[in-house]
Design a protein around this ligand. Structure first.
Ligand code: UD1
Length: 367
């Protein structure tokens, strides 16, 4: 069986690591296409090196652009690659512009498509990720759902026959790297200047267009972080840095200490060293949950509802609408005492994915 994985953005590289490792243990051919959506070393190269992922077989080098330009560039660059390679499966990941472009290109060439992390929904149509994931689910042949909740969403949309519960591959990689970090196999992370890892601090990230692109909203969120009673290590995504500079907003202010994005092991180590996380990232909400750190999410909703149901994650859409005391109390609240369970699977999702693709080879179940 020949499988082409199409990836392009940071969270997809994290998910690719356990999948590439699972395929490496089989006779199947696994071919990697990097679209080039993320091109900064901090967002791309360090993940290949740090997670032991084989170099991409093809790099499309599409770079940044509006949604249409970026998606269209991936689409047109993929056609000749898929035509030449003739895979048995095209595997797309998550919900980025690279995901929808990969799925669309494959489906138009009559190639079976598998969607990893299928069935997640925010029900927020302002999010580009929501369009990407809904459209990808509806054109893919097999839907690899990470959770029971995702399975329910797929059934509600009439996609039950194509949906399979695979578990979440992020558990596979997160727990493995956690164990390596705790065993001292990785160097200490480079935290922002002014953060002392032996003292309590909060780890923060912010990159969603809804939070970064409106200057008033961005300013209010940065002010809320700046006023917190603990130092805040803000690992700044290039979009955040670019928008803040455009709007004349100083990020390094009050409690906030700005640093660069971290490689994956560095991020895991930083979460473990922190007293809690403040973020708008989907992946980080779940990583904090798996690493047993409380999270406060600056969004009105989350796809990872299990993190909220178990009390580890609290949604605060507009921190500036809370009083300074309420906001500080929220981000520094006590850890929940109830057992969080294992809503994201047991850490063997990547092997499940390989097995499901074997069973569904050709695009429909035959085993
Ligand atoms: C993308 C995904 C988002 C995911 C995020 C993880 C879409 C629609 N969104 O958002 O779901 O959570 O990746 O990081 O696909 N830039 C750089 N260097 C880079 C990449 C981006 O400077 O290597 C800057 C560019 O100015 C670009 C902006 O960041 O315009 C946004 O990048 P883009 O790939 O469009 O989306 P992300 O915000 O990273």
């Amino acid at each position: 069986m020949k499988v082409i994985s199409i990836v392009g953005a940071r969270p997809q590289l994290v998910k690719l690591a356990p999948i590439a490792a699972a395929f490496a243990g089989t006779e199947h051919e696994h071919f990697i296409v990097h679209t080039g959506q993320h091109y900064d070393a901090d967002l791309s190269d360090v993940f290949f090196d740090g997670l032991g992922i084989p170099d991409p077989d093809v790099h499309l080098g599409v770079g940044s652009g509006s949604h249409g330009v970026q998606t269209g560039a991936v689409l047109s660059a993929l056609d000749p690659v898929l035509e030449r390679e003739k895979p048995d499966w095209v595997l797309v990941y998550g919900d980025t512009n690279s995901t929808i472009a990969g799925a669309l290109s494959a489906v138009k060439m009559h190639l079976p498509v598998a969607h990893l992390e299928a069935g997640l929904r925010s029900f927020n149509r302002r999010m580009p990720e929501e369009h990407n994931r809904v459209l990808t689910d509806h054109c893919a042949d097999v839907l690899l759902a990470p959770t029971e909740e995702a399975m329910r969403h797929l059934a509600d949309e009439g996609l039950k026959d194509r949906a399979v519960l695979a578990g979440d591959v992020m558990v596979d990689i997160c727990l493995k790297i956690r164990d390596d970090v705790l065993a001292g196999k990785h160097p200490a992370p480079v935290l922002p200047e002014g953060i002392d890892p032996s003292e309590p601090f909060l780890l923060a990230t912010l990159h969603r267009p809804d939070n970064t692109d409106d200057p008033e909203r961005l300013r209010a969120i940065v002010d809320s972080l700046a006023g917190l009673p603990l130092p805040v290590a803000l690992l700044a995504h290039p979009r955040l840095v670019a928008r803040a500079a455009e709007h004349g907003i100083e990020l390094n202010t009050g409690s906030v200490h700005v640093g660069r994005p971290l490689p994956y092991a560095g991020l895991v180590a930083a979460v473990l060293a922190s007293a809690g996380v403040v973020t708008d990232s989907g992946g980080l909400q779940k990583e904090a949950f798996l690493l047993e750190r409380i999270t406060t999410t600056i969004r009105p909703e989350t796809e990872w509802v299990e993190t909220v149901d178990t009390g580890w994650n609290v949604l605060v859409p507009d921190p500036h609408t809370l009083s300074a005391d309420e906001w500080a109390a929220t981000v520094t609240r006590a850890v929940p005492t109830a057992d969080p369970g294992t809503p994201y699977g047991d850490g063997r999702a990547a092997q499940n994915v390989v097995r499901i693709m074997e069973e569904w080879k050709g695009g429909s179940r035959h085993a």
